[in-house]
Design a protein around this ligand. Structure first.
Ligand code: ATP
Length: 270
């Protein structure tokens, strides 16, 4: 299949309200929103606006959501692509796509570029010499670094990249003037899970007296994506039973189903 070039969204509706928990991460990216909205405030005093930040954390914790919310809050276009689209690419293709992406983002600046799974292109060099696509991966990475190094003080494009493996990344990526900030996006604690439930329960027709704290206690280890999935499963289970509202038991049945799935997932790796 032909991997798509990249995705561009101009009228992003996602805001910080859609991102539950993650207060520390939101505070850190708030600064990026301000850089995008008021660059002169910083450059007038001789400051250099950061070019990139890494969002680091386990799958499904809201890294993509947070990056999108930065674009939504700053009201700037959101360009996104996934590092995994660059593996097994013909020579020259990866680098030329990166070039195109930055060209378009710069034309529409201020803008956010979001690179999901940056580790797929940004792995430390020479660590997977067995893989045939290694050369093009390296070209792609070099092109990315070249583009970021080439940003002028007036470029006003900020690159956010997500990974759950910051430890495998090439140190060149983290050098000053590149992805020199790390923002941690961790699994939610009890209180944060409750906040995430509030977001994802909103569209559901809930039974009266449904106890959100109880649901949060039943879901240790769940990510935001797991909770979103759980709420949807519960609604489907209730509908299948022709219920008029989603009840506690439907959530418990959905928990069983999802925990079953999670166990299967981890058995695959053990
Ligand atoms: P991956 O590493 O797998 O790409 P991610 O960290 O980018 O995951 P997202 O794609 O942002 O995670 O999350 C998937 C979905 O899970 C979101 O679209 C949202 O519905 C829900 N979700 C995740 N985290 C949160 C959160 N903190 N608040 C509200 N919803 C969340």
């Amino acid at each position: 299949s032909k991997a798509k070039l990249f995705d561009e969204k101009t009228d992003v509706k996602t805001t910080f309200k859609d991102v539950a928990g993650l207060e520390g991460a939101k505070e850190e990216v708030q600064e990026i929103v301000d850089f995008l909205k008021n660059p002169e405030k910083y450059t007038n005093l001789g400051g250099k606006i950061p070019k990139g930040a890494l969002l680091v954390g386990p799958p499904g914790t809201g890294k993509t959501l947070l990056a999108k919310a930065v674009a939504g809050e700053a009201k700037v276009p959101f360009f996104s692509l996934s590092g995994s689209d660059f593996v097994e690419m013909f020579v020259g293709v990866g680098a030329s796509r990166v070039r195109d992406l930055f060209k378009q983002a710069k034309e529409k600046s201020p803008a956010i570029i979001f690179i999901d799974e940056i580790d797929a292109i940004g792995r430390a060099r020479g660590k997977n010499a067995m893989s045939g696509s290694n050369d093009e991966r390296e070209n792609t990475l070099n092109q990315l670094l070249t583009e970021m190094d080439g940003f002028g003080t007036k470029t006003n494009v900020i690159v956010l990249a997500a990974t759950n493996r910051a430890d495998v990344l090439d140190k060149a990526l983290m050098r000053a003037g590149r992805f020199d900030r790390q923002i941690h996006v961790d699994l939610p604690n009890l209180t944060e899970r409750k906040a995430i439930f509030e977001v994802h329960l909103k569209p559901l027709k809930k039974a009266e007296g449904l106890d959100v704290s109880f649901l949060s206690k039943q879901t240790p280890g769940f990510s935001g994506a797991d909770i979103a999935n759980l709420c949807n499963e519960a609604a489907l289970i209730a509908a299948r039973k022709d219920k008029k509202a989603v009840e506690k038991q439907d959530f418990l049945d959905a928990v069983d189903r999802i925990v079953g799935g999670l166990e299967k997932r981890s058995n695959l790796f053990s």
